[in-house]
Each structure stands twice: as C-alpha cells, then as structure tokens.
Design a protein around this ligand. Structure first.
Ligand code: BMX
Length: 288
C-alpha cells in the first residue's frame, strides 16, 4: 500500500495530506499568504508536512495555475501572483528530496472525484468555484490535460467578448469580496453567505448573480462535453444553498441540454486525493 504526501495549493489555502488508497489519513492546512511568492509557499508546504517525514513514498503537488513540463505559471495573476515559468518541479525536488507528480488543482480534483467521489467512473466535468474557477474534464476514462496543460480552464472564458473580464472575475470568491465592498460591506465570501442567510438582500443578490453565471458555465460545459455529471467543488461551490440555486437556474433548459449536477463527495480533499491517485498511477491523462 503506497502512502502519498499530497499537497494542494490554492489561492486561499494550502492543504497537506497523507493519502493511502484514496483515503486521507492525516491532514494539515494553512492560509495561502498571497503577498509572498512560490519559494515561501514551498517552505509552507514543507513546514506542514515535516511531521510526516519517512511516512510516504510518493509525492504529488497540485496547484492553482498552469503546470506544464514542471513549470508553473498563473493564467490569471489576480487569482494568485505566480511568476511565469517558475521551476516548480525542480524547487520541490530540492526541498523534499523526491521528484513530485504535478497537476493543476482542478484537474487533480476532477480525477479525485472520478476515481473516489461523485464522478463514480462516469464521463464528467468538474468545477471548483473558489478563489477563481478551475475546471477538469474526464472523458472515456482519461483526464484531459491538453497540449499544454490548459484543458478545463473554463474560468478564463470571457463571456462579454475577448476584451471583457474573465468569467471567474465575475463569479468567484474574489468577485464576491469586491462586490460586497462596492455595496459598502467588508465581507469575504463566507460572510456574504452568512449575511444572505440572515436575509440581507445585497448579499442574496451577489450570490444569485454568481450562481446565474455558474449555471451558464455548466450549460456551456454540457454543450461542449455532454458529460454524465458535472461535479461542483470549491468553497463557493460547496457553500450552503449555492448548488441548489445553480440547479434551479438550469431547470428550464430542454432535458437533453440540462446538466446533472453533484456536490464534490470528497469536499475540500478532492485535489489531494486526485493528485495522490495521479502520483501512484500517473498514466491516465489525455497526454500519455
Ligand atoms: C484560476 C487559475 C486556474 C485554477 C483556478 C482555481 C491561476 C493562478 N489559477 O482559474 O488554474 O485552477 O483559478 O483556483 O491562474 P483556486 O485557487 O480558486 O482553487
């Protein structure tokens, strides 16, 4: 039985976990310090996992941003300010003394949900709606990564035209924060959801607008890939009531176009479970 050290670095938090046979046995996390850079984040990864030295034989690292040939780049620097072509594989190997398997966070989470969660081995699209919006596609038993690792980068689509904002900048947690501020409230996404539950109209409107955009994205994904299920994760996607809103907004679509939605069964662990699976069986990607 292989135990993998699986680390998931997102725009809001860094999760380190020990994963065996698709199960998280130990976990530790810290907030992502958005003001520092990759070397400091790698130091945080090492700090979180230091107590587990000697307990793992494989290493998987999954990160927000584009990963290709061991190099790491932000697609949207507003999500996290990663410098272009940062040598992630080399720096991690230097720090951990072990070569990592790397993947984008949403692609890894898609694979986690496909192998051990709500995807249940069916063709699926996964969305993480969190700091940004990431995506992953599994079709015919393969995780699509594409020519350069970009496959599934739905958050970068520009619904208002090519010069317009990205859909994630109109929908995700960072958008909720700025929208709340525009209404005179210093509230992160979690506080926006709490305010909506207390009946505050400004907060409800922000969540409804976000859910409307997420629903359009789900419809687009259905038209593109026609998956059996669209699995939704991330802090926003899994927040109370969000998925119900998205589902309600899709109800009037013709049945053949209407996505079947599911919550990420692995919750916040989807990326860690997925990268552990990729680290121990690194073949089933679209790249071969
Ligand atoms: C952005 C992009 C994706 C990522 C997604 C979710 C960057 C830095 N990230 O679309 O690669 O999968 O955000 O990231 O360009 P999260 O931090 O919200 O989980």
């Amino acid at each position: 039985m292989t135990t993998t050290l699986a680390i998931d670095l997102g725009g809001s938090k860094i999760l380190a976990a020990l994963v065996s046979e698709g199960r998280v046995t130990d976990r530790a996390e810290t907030a992502t310090d958005r003001k520092v850079g990759p070397d400091a984040w790698i130091a945080d990864m090492a700090g979180l996992s230091a107590p587990w030295a000697g307990r793992y034989t494989a290493l998987g690292i999954t990160v927000t941003g584009l990963v290709h040939n061991g190099l790491w780049t932000a697609l949207n620097p507003a999500t996290l300010g990663i410098p272009a072509d940062f040598p992630l594989a080399d720096r991690v190997r230097d720090r951990f003394g072990m070569a990592p398997v790397l993947a984008n966070d949403a692609q890894a989470a898609a694979w986690g949900e496909y192998t051990h969660g709500s995807g249940a081995g069916r063709d699926m699209v996964f969305f993480t709606i969190s700091t940004g919006i990431g995506g992953g596609v599994v079709t015919g038993g393969r995780l699509l990564t594409g020519r350069s690792g970009l496959a599934g980068s739905f958050g970068q689509l520009t619904p208002l035209g090519e010069d317009g904002p990205r859909i994630e900048d109109l929908t995700s947690g960072l958008w909720m924060l700025s929208e709340a501020a525009a209404h005179g409230h210093q509230a992160e996404a979690r506080a926006v959801f709490a305010a909506a539950q207390n009946g505050e109209g400004w907060a409800d409107a922000i969540i409804q607008t976000s859910a409307t955009r997420a629903a359009r994205l789900c419809h687009s994904a259905q038209l593109l890939f026609d998956p059996a299920v669209i699995v939704i994760g991330g802090g926003i996607g899994l927040a109370p009531g969000y998925l119900d809103r998205v589902e309600a907004l899709l109800r009037d679509l013709p049945e053949i176009q209407r996505p079947t939605l599911a919550r990420a069964a692995l919750g916040a662990d989807a990326g860690a479970v997925g990268i552990a699976a990729l680290a121990t069986q690194p073949t089933p990607t679209g790249r071969d």
